[in-house]
Design a protein around this ligand. Structure first.
Ligand code: PEP
Ligand code: MG
Length: 597
């Protein structure tokens, strides 16, 4: 039966394929293994299961020596049930299937099969049998816990294009079917494992439009819906689903008519992409001759290739924190970081690369298992530069690595989440110290321009201080919106209130651009607003000349730039910023270009 699930649109386009369910346990690693690892993965699972069986047997022996008071009959019976479930053929065969045929890692395979069996239990008529679901979950939990203790292979690096094809995944004969990832939640680190992997689209129950998970999804350029609340409950493994990333809807078990309609939309979108691709080598210049800089946001050094292919004239934001995430606390050392930054710099072939110092915390935890549950408001806590300044040795390691990479090409350094003059002073002092350390070691390094992200209202309101101390500014509108409106950007329950076009946000944005221009300092926007074609004219009208966005958005924004006349946009943009309801002016026709002589 066809039904629709509504969520928030985060990455455009239509994807049609079969659902791959990712278990609701975010603390379980999810990644694809290589075909040659199948046996060792099954062995890992077998050893964990055998260890749990031994543990239960030992418990049974202890109980056998007790009287009926300390060890009631129910307890013995329960342990029997657990032993039986551990040896249940459906569980064993199912888990093997996910490992062998789909190349899931053992933990993912176990949680997926658990979900399949849990649904079967839910549908049972017999109440006693239905209640056995809880037992099944308990034994699976025990096995997962045991596996955590058992040495697990290092999480493989994210797969590159072409290293895994769908055929590799679907050895069971259902070849060449696009796969749609459905999960309760996906951390940015999870997303990174799947970056450039096989999925044609994805949907999650939680998340906001500008959460970091959504941002990585956009950078993967696959249709995605977040905040659907119930997708992981309502969709089943291998269901056919359509992800409509434009409307923020997913359609489950579509009828042939609906499939045909979406197939048509999908082809239209491909044609549009083809048309835009022709703009790749066209310089981004407005009708009135203003040159506009279109830069790329990247998460990994390897993304530089995609940035170049999309016609970016540099990297405006390299989110270095992705290199720090999902590593069980083993942070990258100076050499590893230096080599990664250098790869990005060399990958951009002489174009500038802006490396942002690490911005972990809030919805970007270092590790899933270490989500910041201890603090009530992690977005207001030890995040970004605050985290870096709290651990000077770690920060100096990163600063040295960036300085060394600057010997290989043009590098800018960008510091996230600054608000206080004391933070600015400490950052500058540490940068000097890092240079002195490299001098002392006799290691080569290059010059870097130092920039600040303007993403806290306090920074926007004291913009002159920032202009005095930095070579350039980059406006992080994602956080500027979050912190101005007091809306958690990752929380779908308040997503309807997350509005980058709120007059307060627009005023801070307009003021920052105007003051930077007045002082002749470069300013760009690197938040999601920069890649939103509906806002290109507004930003141009406010005087912005540098935009940094996902490579996938560059050509569409360039198309808007080519059609714009900044001479006509200034007065209109000021009206929009001053309006009580800016959206009303934004949806109304924007000023037409001036007639050219
Ligand atoms: C922003 O806040 O707008 C930004 C670009 O940084 P991030 O999304 O990584 O927090
Ligand atoms: Mg930010």
């Amino acid at each position: 039966m066809t039904f629709a699930i509504h969520g928030l649109p985060v990455a455009r386009g239509i994807a049609i394929g079969r659902a791959v369910m990712m278990g609701g346990r975010v603390d379980v690693a999810h990644y694809f293994i290589e075909a040659r690892q199948i046996e060792s993965e099954i062995d890992r699972l077998r050893s964990a299961r055998d260890a749990v069986v031994d543990e239960i047997r030992r418990l049974q022996q202890t109980i056998a020596g007790m009287g009926p008071k300390e060890a009631p009959h129910e307890l013995t019976a329960l342990l029997d049930v657990h032993l039986m479930l551990l040896q249940d053929q459906d569980l064993i065969d199912g888990v093997k299937h996910w490992i062998t045929d789909r190349l899931y890692n053992a933990e993912w395979a176990l949680t997926t099969q658990l979900e399949v069996l849990a649904r079967q239990f839910d549908e049972m008529e017999d109440e006693y049998l239905r209640e056995r679901k809880a037992d099944l979950e308990q034994v699976a939990e025990r096995v997962l816990r045991t596996m955590k203790g058992v040495a697990s292979p290092a999480v493989p690096p994210p797969r590159r294009h072409g290293s895994m094809r769908q055929q590799d995944l679907l050895l069971d004969g259902t070849v060449d079917v696009p796969l749609i990832l459905i999960a309760h939640d996906l951390s940015p680190a999870d997303m990174l494992h799947f970056k450039q992997s096989v999925f044609a689209g994805f949907a999650t129950d939680v998340g906001g439009r500008n959460s970091h998970t959504a941002i990585v999804a956009r950078s993967m350029d696959i249709p995605a819906v977040v905040g659907s609340r119930s997708a992981s409950q309502l969709v089943r493994q291998d269901d056919w689903v359509i992800i409509d990333g434009d409307a923020g809807v997913m359609i489950v078990d579509p009828s042939p008519i609906i499939l045909a309609e979406y197939g048509f939309k999908q082809r239209q979108a491909e044609l549009e992409r083809g048309r835009l691709a022709r703009l790749r080598h066209t310089p981004a210049v407005t009708l009135d001759g203003e040159k506009i800089e279109l830069l790329a946001n990247i998460e990994l050094p390897e993304d530089a290739a995609g940035a170049l292919a999309a016609g970016a004239v540099g990297v405006g934001l390299f989110r270095s924190e992705f290199m720090f995430m999902g590593r069980n606390g083993n942070l990258p050392d100076e050499e590893e970081q230096y080599l990664a930054y250098r790869r990005a710099v060399e990958g951009m072939q002489g174009l500038p690369v802006t490396i942002r110092t690490v911005d972990v915390g809030a919805d970007k935890p270092l590790d899933d298992s270490r989500r910041d549950a201890a603090h009530l408001n992690p977005a207001l806590g030890l995040r970004a530069i605050r985290w870096s300044l709290a651990d000077p040795a770690m920060f100096l390691t990163q600063l040295r690595a960036i300085l060394r990479a600057a010997a290989h090409g043009k590098v800018n350094m960008l510091v996230p989440m600054l608000a206080h003059l004391s933070e600015i002073r400490q950052t500058r002092a540490l940068l000097e110290f890092a240079r002195a350390e490299l001098d002392h070691r006799g290691v080569a390094y290059g010059p870097v321009a130092l920039g600040a992200m303007i993403e806290i209202p306090a920074a926007a309101l004291t913009i002159r201080t920032f202009l005095k101390h930095f070579d350039f500014l980059s406006i992080g509108t994602n956080d500027l919106t979050q912190y101005t409106l007091a809306i958690d950007r990752a929380d779908e329950s308040v997503a309807h209130l997350y509005d980058p076009c709120h007059p307060a946000v627009l005023q801070l944005l307009a003021g920052t651009i105007a003051e930077s221009r007045a002082q002749g300092k470069p300013v760009s926007v690197c938040g999601e607003m920069a890649g939103d074609v509906a806002l290109t004219r507004l930003l141009l009208g406010l005087g912005l000349r540098s935009f940094s966005m996902h490579p996938a958005q560059i050509l569409a924004v360039k198309q808007e730039v080519l059609r714009a006349d900044t001479a006509r946009l200034g007065a209109w943009a000021r009206q929009v910023v001053a309006a009580e309801e800016p959206e009303l002016l934004l949806v109304a026709a924007t000023p037409a270009p001036l007639p050219r002589p």
